[in-house]
Design a protein around this ligand. Structure first.
Ligand code: PAF
Length: 180
């Protein structure tokens, strides 16, 4: 498992003969990995020749700066959990993902403003924008999302269809604790 913090280094691997012609599965996360993420990684491992994990705490999806500041960062535990499943981890700094200062973004004007979107203005713009950037950078054949985040999953599926992105979005069942 190799860790990439520089996009240029990651892109060199992605475009190299080492990865040419191989199926690539992708699990996007903000870290703090748990059993639900592990289920996504296991499925990606079973269905693809290469598996990529991203760990990126995306600032633009936090409408409250205090939430961003207290979001758990558990890098060592994340790497240990991911190790058996993953070929590459992408963990870029925020500047690398927002060279434009977030002047350009993806907005969905219907579902994204309801339910969670009604309470967290701009949240789904941030999610969709970063997912689009991640898909562009990783170029996976399949990307795995939990059904737990139903609204996010629906919006990502809608964006992929609307923007004609060449990726299969794979919905994965919710993993529950023993008490439900
Ligand atoms: O579900 C998450 O962890 C995040 O919203 C995602 C999809 C990784 C985008 O930052």
């Amino acid at each position: 498992m190799k860790i990439y913090t520089h996009l240029a280094e990651w892109r060199a691997l992605r475009g190299s003969p080492e990865w040419a012609g191989l199926s690539v599965g992708f699990v996007p996360t903000m870290g703090a990995l748990h059993a639900g993420h592990e289920a996504l990684l296991a499925r990606a491992r079973a269905e693809n020749e290469r598996v990529v994990l991203s760990v990126f705490v995306n600032p633009t999806q936090f409408n409250d700066p205090a939430d961003l500041a207290r979001y758990p960062r558990t890098w060592d535990a994340d790497v240990a959990l991911a190790h058996p499943y993953v070929d590459a981890v992408l963990a870029p700094p925020a500047e690398a993902f927002y060279p434009d200062g977030y002047r350009y973004r993806v907005t969905e004007n219907s579902l994204g403003t309801q339910l969670e979107g009604a309470h967290r203005p701009g949240h789904f713009d941030g999610v969709l924008t970063v997912v689009l950037k991640l898909l562009n950078v990783v170029q996976p054949h399949r990307a795995y999302f939990g059904e737990k985040d139903w609204q996010q999953l629906e919006l990502v599926r809608g964006m992929v269809a609307a923007l004609l992105l060449p990726v299969d979005i794979v919905p994965c069942p919710t993993t529950r604790d023993a008490d439900g």
